[in-house]
Design a protein around this ligand. Sequence first.
Ligand code: PGA
Length: 247
Amino acid sequence: MKINMDIIKCKDEDEIGRRAASLVAETIHREPHCILGLATGSTPVGMYKNLVKLYEQGTLDFSKVRSFNLDEYYPIQPEDPQSYRYFMNENLFDHINIDPANTYVPHGNSENPEMVCEAYDLMIQAAGGIDLQVLGIGNNGHIAFNEPSDHFPAGTHVVDLQESTIKANARFFDSEQDVPRQAISMGIGSILRAKRIILLASGEAKAEAVKACIEGPITPLCPASALQLHPDVTVFVDEAAAKLLSK
Ligand code: PGA
C-alpha cells in the first residue's frame, strides 16, 4: 500500500519531543512571522519543554510568531486550570517571548459559542492560514475534538464529547463528572488547510489509532485518516505507538 505520510520512528516520547521541537524551530527560523497551529494533551508536553529550552538558550525567537490552538472545552473560564488556555500559558506561552496578544485559543466562556467558531476560522484565514499544525491523536482516532462520526466536520464547531473522550480526559480532573460535556474545535477542513502538519503519537494505547490513521481507509470513523488527503504530513511515533504499522 502506498503511504504518502512521512513516518519518523522514535525510540520513546523524549525523542519525539526533541525531534518535533527541532522541526518547529526550523519553521520559525525560516519564517519568523509564521503561524503555528498548536495542540494540548500530554503528548506535545515534551515538545513544548524543548521549545522553551531552545528559547532559554537564545536560539529561538517567538516575538513575531502567532499561534492558534485547536480547541477548548465549553463552557470553561480561561483561568480555570483545566482550560486549554491555562495549559498553553503554563506549558509554553509564559516561558517564551511570544506576544500573548498573538496567541489564540477559542473562547470557552462566550455566551455565543457558534459565533466564536465562525470568528475563529475567519481569524485564521485573515492571518494568512496556518503554516505548521501540530496534532496529537486520541485512542479513538480523533484529532482536536473531531470525534468518530458519519462525516468530517468542515470548520470550527461546537462538539458534544463522546463518552470515551470524557473518560480519557477525566485523568486531568477531580472526577469524571467535572469534565465539560462540550468543546469548541477546529474542523477537519480547518486542519487540512494548514500548509504542513505534524502528528505526534506515543504509547501502546495509540497503536490502533495510528494504524487506522496511516494505513486504514479514509473514513470519518477514524477522523485522523483524513490526513491521508494532505500532501505534507509528518508523523512522529514511538515504538509502542508504531507497533501495528506494516512497515
Ligand atoms: P494525549 O491526547 O496527548 O493526552 O494522549 C491526544 C488527543 O486526545 O488528541
